[in-house]
Design a protein around this ligand. Structure first.
Ligand code: HEM
Length: 318
């Protein structure tokens, strides 16, 4: 009896995570086994080879290749056909498929908004008792992160949609600045990861002063999933973005690193596409579904009634 009750408790507790986990597994299966034409056996061998600190992607020893094959490898990198056509094909496909993915996400959020009966908001505005939720430091960090991520989304997807936007001076400027702003985002991503790590069972604030650093309150399940996605896919973006920038090539493609760059660009794009959904969900639930979040983020204060009604999890920590 006791065991049964515990089991039920487990599923009740972790259902949102299980659902997201299952959906994510299906998405991974679709992406890697159905949608991609990358040679997965080769990629697996490549990943294993990296553990021996060989990043070239040359699985068959160079000396065993014919002279013609060696010529190809010197120019295009090893086994060009395994990842490159995937990237090129996917580059074309991303431009055609991604708008539909974004449209589908937009429709999901629009339907959710209709079901909940439109935007909700605080009943009183100026007459309410105000509660301080964010310190100046937190406001600068969170607002800075929003602005920098906004820039990275716009400039990143301008690279993806390069064929549609048609290039030009603006496109060039955005391509050029994306990675520089991206480098700046790496410490910012780390900072947000740390200050938003606020409700783990082993986490305790030593004194109330730490509430000026770590964000207040606890997470709901949905918020925690969004936080974990920010950490995981933000890491993928920072890691891959850093290497893409660091290994920038000269005019001639460099055979030893080009295959690694292709693989890492593949991961970078995947990270950016997935994080978009979770960021979209965060924007929807904080800003679109409920009025009054952004003004509070700027001033640091929210009406008490607003917190009681919409974010009791924050009021707990104030
Ligand atoms: C919110 C975070 C970020 C997002 C949403 C994002 C998004 C993107 C997207 C969509 C692309 C184009 C991928 C493609 O279609 O092939 C891209 C390319 C790129 N990103 Fe990011 N990115 C982010 C962070 C970073 C960071 C932190 C860096 C590190 C410096 C970075 C460096 C690069 C570079 C170098 C490329 C160009 C790759 C190439 O075409 O050679 N990105 N990014």
């Amino acid at each position: 009896m006791e065991n049964k009750a515990q089991k039920k408790g487990f599923f009740d507790e972790y259902l949102p995570y299980i659902i997201v986990g299952i959906l994510f597994s299906l998405l991974t299966y679709w992406y890697f086994w159905l949608a991609t034409i990358a040679d997965l056996t080769y990629i697996w061998q490549y990943v294993l080879k990296m553990f021996t600190l060989d990043f070239s992607g040359q699985i068959i020893p160079y000396s065993e290749l014919t002279r013609l094959e060696q010529g190809y490898v010197s120019i295009f990198g090893p086994q060009y056909e395994t990842i490159a056509p995937e990237v090129i094909r996917a580059f074309e496909e991303r431009q055609h498929l991604l708008p539909w993915v974004f449209l589908a996400e937009f429709c999901i959020f629009a339907v959710m908004l209709i079901i909940q009966g439109g935007r909700k908001g605080p009943k009183c505005r100026k007459t309410c008792e105000m509660v301080e939720v964010h310190s100046l430091f937190q406001r600068i960090a969170v607002l800075g992160n929003i602005l920098v991520m906004l820039y990275l989304f716009i400039t990143g997807f301008s690279i993806t949609f390069g064929n549609i936007t048609g290039g030009g001076a603006l496109g060039f400027f955005m391509r050029d600045t994306h990675e520089i702003v991206g480098l700046f985002w790496i410490p910012l991503w780390l900072l947000i990861t740390v200050i938003a790590f606020k409700d783990h069972k082993h986490f305790t604030r030593l004194s109330s002063k730490w509430s000026k650093v770590f964000l207040k309150g606890l997470y709901t399940h949905g918020q925690r999933i969004n936080y974990l996605a920010f950490v995981a896919f933000g890491f993928i973006l920072c890691f891959s973005g850093f290497w893409l920038w660091f290994l920038s090539m000269d005019i001639l493609p460099h055979a030893e690193i080009i295959q690694y760059r292709r693989l890492i660009l593949f991961g970078h794009f995947m990270g950016s596409a997935v994080i978009t959904f979770f960021v979209g969900e965060t924007i929807y639930s904080y800003v679109v579904a409920i009025r009054g979040y952004l003004p509070g983020l700027i001033s640091g204060k929210y009406p008490k009634e607003y917190l009681e009604e919409f974010h009791p999890e924050v009021l707990d920590g104030v």
